[in-house]
Design a protein around this ligand. Structure first.
Ligand code: UT7
Length: 325
């Protein structure tokens, strides 16, 4: 039976020019390259220049995704931006990106699910496209996380980086075959009882300030692999697939030990995991689209491949998306 499917048409990325290595950090705070590498797999991160905004990074990634898709900005009628580091409290940073792209029709809004933001944004766009309300969406993850880090807190500041990634998603009427392209299954979860395990200690209605990232790292780590595995199982079951069907596993890039743990539970060959955490660190909502863009750019992810994404972050929020590329 024919059905509307959300098909990925292209992807793009943007990374700020400045690279901050672990060795650079060791000169600023009490840490070592060895500690960061062993505990997280991170070797370096990109840092936005002064005055370089989340909207600018998101726009650059969106332009590259449009180019890759061969689609004109005027053909986009929905922009969903996942970010925890908007340019301003309001308006949504998505409308700045919309204006930068010269789009005056359709809708653009921000979505906040911290590190799970891209998975939540893609699922949101998928539902709008499948429902027939919009035809083509730009789903973007963009973060200037360096702006909300406490650079004196070595337990958090070594973990994050800045950047943006984007995908163009198009509603296509397909014939319902098992080999059809598009988003096959999505699964989102949150549990606010854990909201104080990873948070920012400021905000418009509380302190009137932007605040800094605070995290109980070991507690987040303790929940990560179990929660991620549960949502992956639910997503695969929804689509009638097994872990062994997966061509590429594109996890949120927080910590190499968490990626490896989730992949091991799935029984996946390490060659099938897309890893960018070593070069980008944790870019929150930008990490999955940055990894997708890397793996599409170097020819690993190809049309027809089965791609599984997952993320977990502040809230807690977590989720997974399964796509036939
Ligand atoms: O994307 C959203 C989700 N976020 C995550 O997924 C992060 C999840 N958590 C983690 O990845 C890990 O918990 C961390 C990488 C954050 C920390 O690793 P850990 O193995 O859990 O270390 P720990 O926090 O238990 O700290 C161990 C030791 C402590 O010293 P003592 O008390 O044992 O003497 C820390 O003070 O490591 C110390 N430490 C550091 N040492 C050198 C903490 N940060 C650093 C540092 N450099 N940057």
């Amino acid at each position: 039976m024919s059905q509307l499917r959300s098909v990925i048409r292209g992807c793009g990325a943007y990374l700020p020019e400045r690279i901050l290595t672990n060795q650079d950090l060791a000169k600023l705070i009490d840490t070592t390259d060895q500690w960061i590498t062993e505990r997280t797999g991170i070797k370096q991160r990109h840092i936005a220049a002064e005055g370089e905004l989340t909207s600018a990074m998101g726009t650059a990634a969106a332009r590259q995704a449009l180019k890759h898709a061969g689609i004109d900005a005027q053909d986009i009628d929905l922009i969903v931006l996942a970010t925890s580091t908007p340019d301003q409290t309001f308006p949504a940073t998505a409308v700045t990106i919309q204006a930068e792209l010269g789009i005056t029709h359709g809708a653009a809004f921000d979505l906040q699910a911290v590190c799970s933001g891209f998975v939540f944004a893609l699922t949101t766009a998928d539902n709008f496209l499948k429902g027939g309300q919009f035809k083509r969406a730009l789903v973007i993850g963009a973060e200037a996380f360096s702006r909300i880090l406490d650079w004196q807190d070595r337990s958090t500041c070594v973990l994050f980086g800045d950047g943006a990634g984007a995908v163009v998603v198009e509603a296509q009427m397909l014939n319902g075959a098992a080999t059809d392209r598009g988003i096959l299954a999505t699964c989102l979860r949150s549990d606010g009882r854990y909201r104080d395990k990873l948070f920012v200690d400021g905000g418009p209605s509380s302190t009137g300030t932007v605040g800094h990232v605070r995290m109980d790292g070991p507690e987040v780590f303790r929940h990560a692999v179990t929660k991620i595995s549960e949502v992956i199982d639910a997503t695969l079951a929804q689509a009638g697939h097994k872990a062994s069907d997966i061509d590429w596993f594109v996890p949120h890039q927080a910590n190499k030990r968490i990626l490896d743990g989730a992949a091991k539970k799935l029984g996946l060959d390490p060659e099938r995991i897309i890893v960018t955490v070593d070069k980008h660190a944790n870019t929150s909502a930008a990490s999955i689209p940055l990894a997708l863009s890397t793996a599409c750019g170097d020819g690993r992810i190809k049309q027809g491949d089965l791609v599984l994404m997952e993320a977990m972050g502040g809230g807690f929020t977590w989720g997974a998306v399964l796509i036939r590329w």
